[in-house]
Unconditional design. Structure first.
Length: 460
């Protein structure tokens, strides 16, 4: 009993002396609130942020993307590969058991007499187990587990990025469709204005240079129409590609053009570390690298392997299982590396270098995440101000067009003045749509940067 207790005590002491993973450097200090955020309070988290756009067609496309995108399938296979690798790493902590059966028959030559034929049969079970005193296999298993978690988080990060890309292209294509409608009305107005101008030119009331100037403006609008058509088709093709479809233009809705988003509440910076899957993936990769350092250091210490063998051997198959033909073996082997030209120490240094690399990558991922949030907030604030100015221009231009229309109907102003004012009003409407699209893109970038959305009940 005392011997057993003494052996257990020695084993525990040796296990306590096993190498430990290195500790990461102190994390980056976080501010209490975002610099460009209007709200400084904690915000409720919304995972399905794209539903804030209130577009059923968009919701259907996002669901299709999450189930059909080929890049997501590739990332999912990497997760399965990591899960299999974890099972393999876990298996090294258990004994190995093998069964062998052999049959041998040979003819031997004898210089003292005639040659003879002999044979033998053998069957045995062989087991071996390496004691994990220095936690080499435990650290390797934990490293594999952290890598699995990192790949799972990378899969989530890729899904969020692809969803944001899809929503961005969908919103841009929707605004282009809305702008095309306004441009079509603007083209009709310009053609009507040009026809009236031609009539006046034939009467000698206007100069030819003015006519050519308006012809140039009409050609410019027609060119813009073609440009909008090409950009819209290209975006809709890219949406099909994201969905894993043949690149045929995907239909989009123009209802988003009517949506007004309230000011954002991004929450607190500390929440970002929990929200962003790429930050979590970088942390898991850092922990995995630390466990690999400990595993490589443990490889410098002696290894103790226990082996056992139980079997039978006989010169006849019929008598193979008899007790007198039994054989067995028990053995313990201690192996200590003495000289390997520095290979093991080099592997430890290599593991340390990977750990420091992952440490720098983790810090950079955090900084990049905060930059993306602050930049998206800054762009949203900027585009809100610019949209307010463009809206003032559009309101004034369209009010002027309404006044000129009323005067034209009363006969106190010419139709040319009214059409020119209407044309300018439509141009400002297009400018407003472009500004609204830019604001939407800034909001999508904010959702992507935050790793999700936030409640907008006060904006409903």
């Amino acid at each position: 009993m005392k011997k057993t207790f003494f052996l257990l005590l020695i084993f525990c002491l040796l296990t306590g002396c096993a190498p430990k993973p290195p500790k990461p450097s102190p994390s980056i200090p976080l501010p209490k609130s975002y610099y460009f955020a209007a709200s400084k309070e904690k915000a409720p988290f919304v995972d399905r942020w794209w539903e804030n756009f209130r577009d059923e067609k968009l919701n259907e496309l996002v669901a299709e993307l999450l189930s059909s995108n080929l890049s997501l399938r590739e990332a999912a296979e990497r997760v399965r590969e990591s899960a299999a690798f974890l099972k393999e790493a876990r298996a090294y902590r258990f004994p190995k058991l093998n069964f062998s059966f052999g049959a041998n028959r040979e003819r031997a030559y004898s210089p003292y007499g005639p040659s003879f034929i002999s044979g033998s049969f053998s069957a045995s079970l062989f087991t071996s187990y390496e004691l994990d005193i220095w936690q080499k296999f435990s650290h390797a298993k934990r490293a594999a587990a952290y890598k699995l978690l990192a790949n799972e988080e990378n899969l989530k990060a890729l899904a969020q990025s692809l969803v944001a890309e899809l929503v961005s292209k969908y919103v841009a294509a929707s605004y282009l469709a809305c702008e095309k409608e306004v441009l079509a009305e603007q083209l009709a107005t310009q053609k009507r204005y040009l026809n009236l101008l031609r009539e006046r030119y034939q009467l000698g009331l206007v100069d030819a240079s003015l006519l050519e100037q308006e012809e140039r403006l009409l050609a410019g609008l027609e060119l813009e129409k073609e440009n909008l058509e090409a950009r819209g088709l290209s975006l809709r093709q890219e949406i099909a590609l994201l969905l894993g479809r043949y690149p045929r233009p995907t239909a989009v809705s123009s209802e988003i053009c009517m949506l007004e988003l309230p000011a954002p509440n991004p929450g607190l910076p500390a929440d970002l570390l929990k929200r962003r899957p790429d930050i979590r993936a970088a942390k898991e990769a850092l922990l995995a690298a630390g466990e690999e350092v400990a595993a490589k250091k443990a490889d410098l210490f002696p290894s103790i392997t226990l082996t056992a063998k139980e079997g039978r051997i006989s010169n006849a198959l019929a008598t193979l299982l008899r007790s007198e033909n039994r054989l067995w073996q028990l053995a313990a082997t201690l192996t200590q590396p003495i000289f390997d030209a520095g290979a093991r120490k080099a592997r430890v240094k290599e593991a340390y270098a990977r750990f420091r690399l992952q440490e720098a990558r983790y810090a950079q991922t955090i900084l990049q995440a905060f930059y993306e949030v602050e930049n998206a907030l800054m762009l949203e604030n900027s585009w809100r101000k610019r949209l307010a100015l463009v809206s003032r221009q559009e309101k004034a231009a369209c009010k002027e067009a309404s006044i000129r229309k009323a005067r034209y109907l009363l006969g106190t102003a010419s139709s040319l003045d009214y059409l020119k004012a209407k044309n300018f009003c439509l141009e400002q409407k297009r400018q407003k749509l472009a500004a609204e699209n830019s604001l939407m893109q800034a909001r999508i970038s904010l959702y992507r940067a935050l790793g999700g959305g936030f409640s907008q009940e006060d904006g409903s």
